[in-house]
Design a protein around this ligand. Structure first.
Ligand SMILES: [Zn+2]
Length: 413
């Protein structure tokens, strides 16, 4: 989730009329200019189908928890079952997103359980012939071979554990396999990139001793350490503390779009050295400096319109912001590959958690467009299979192996 909201989302935020505008023409133009070699549809399909596409961040759960039916073929957002099939998604991490507002009144654990339930009940339980709960790398591969979509869960926002390692262990038992250490809010044990410049927020200079204990317990359990959203110092502390490779479930490159949510080259290289992976986020402002700058310019106006609950006005302001493109997504993947190698890049779309998606990658059905663009850029089928899932599976497998080592002969968890 990178559309910052403090409570369950109003339906108005899902107005994506803009995404239908200009889509086809500009996508074709973008592809045409980037084209270096002719790729047939058959080749795109062949390579796309040969990959196990694992997207490590999707926020459709913020809608299903409110009653939205993921089986509906058409919607005004980015995700539904038909589109997931069309996009060839093999495994989907559903975000167990806990807004910062739930810290007030100690409702974070309550919200976490609600969000876990929406994945297990509204998605997997409702469509058992399409989604199967996965908690291990073996599960992902087995479910994929059966032609179903592996459904996984990651908690977004470390405040979900309400400072209790016992809750962390409970969440693992319920199927949570990664936790984003912070959301946009600094919690009581880790600094977030989202509020480092905010006065009145008590920061810790990265992770506190308890924060480091959380990371070590995640290692012992076999829960992946997700550094998306964290402040830079928290990233370095997590990298040093974690004995399994951490990863970024949905972050992009600061060298291409200078926003605090993105990672510096130094961070990307260090993460890769430890065996981690950067799962590229598709939010327009994280992908394109032009979008980020325009976004900054009108953000106060959009916030005011949101306070007035004026979706038409929000839409008008949004239309003035240039969208990112499929070529921008390729540029971020390319940047990671250039500085850290092809083993360091992956996909963490943030679909249904962002207000703007790139032209050509408008929703989950459009993943084959990315395959085409990567082939055109000169990526081999083998490279694409790594970026789409192989690299992430390596991180998840390393996390499982480290947990096994740390637990020794003791019974889990
Ligand atoms: Zn997020």
């Amino acid at each position: 989730m990178d559309f910052i909201i403090n409570d369950p989302a109003p339906v108005s935020r899902y107005i994506f009329a803009m995404r239908t505008m200009l889509c086809c023409v500009s996508t074709l133009l973008a592809i045409a200019t980037a084209q270096t070699r002719q790729i047939s549809d058959a080749e795109v399909q062949k390579v796309h189908k040969s990959a196990l596409l694992i997207d490590t961040h999707n926020d459709i759960t913020s809608r299903t928890v409110q009653g939205y039916d993921i089986g509906k073929a058409k919607n005004d957002g980015h995700t539904n079952l038909t589109a997931l099939r069309e996009g060839g998604v093999g495994a989907q991490f559903f975000a167990v997103y806990v807004a910062a507002s739930y810290v007030n009144g100690n409702r974070s654990a309550w919200r976490t359980l609600e969000m876990i339930d929406t994945v297990r009940h509204d998605i997997i339980g409702r469509y058992p012939s399409d989604f199967v709960l996965a908690t291990t790398t073996d599960d992902i591969e087995r479910i994929h071979k059966q032609g179903k979509i592996a459904a996984l869960m990651g908690i977004e926002g470390g405040h979900a554990i309400e400072d209790s390692l016992r809750l962390l262990r409970d969440y693992y038992e319920l199927g949570i396999r990664y936790m984003t250490l912070t959301h946009s809010n600094t919690n009581s044990w880790g600094d977030s990139s989202g509020d480092m410049d905010k006065a009145g927020v008590q920061h810790h200079n990265g992770l506190t001793d308890f924060g480091k204990q959380v990371v070590r317990e995640m290692n012992r359990l076999g829960m992946m350490v997700d550094i998306s959203h964290v402040a830079d110092k928290t990233f370095w502390d997590a990298l040093e503390t974690s004995s399994a490779p951490p990863f970024a479930s949905h972050s992009s490159c600061r060298a291409l779009s200078n926003v605090p949510r993105n990672m510096t080259d130094e961070m990307i290289v260090a993460l890769a050295k430890k065996g981690g992976v950067v799962q590229v986020n598709f939010s327009c402002d994280f992908l394109s400096q032009k979008t980020a700058d325009a976004d900054k310019e009108v953000s106060a106006k959009i916030a005011a319109a949101r306070a007035e609950n004026n979706p038409a006005l929000i839409e008008e302001y949004r239309k003035s912001i240039p969208r990112a493109t499929l070529a921008d997504v390729v540029a971020h993947i390319d940047h990671i590959v250039k500085i850290a190698g092809v083993n360091a890049a992956g996909i963490g779309s943030d679909f249904d958690g962002v207000s703007c998606t790139p032209e050509g990658l408008d929703d989950v059905a459009k993943f084959p467009n990315l395959t085409r663009a990567l082939l055109e850029k000169g990526y081999s089928a083998e490279d694409i299979r790594k970026i789409y899932g192989g690299n992430f599976l390596r991180v998840m497998h390393a996390t499982e192996a480290e947990a096994k080592r740390l637990r020794g002969t003791s019974a889990q968890p």
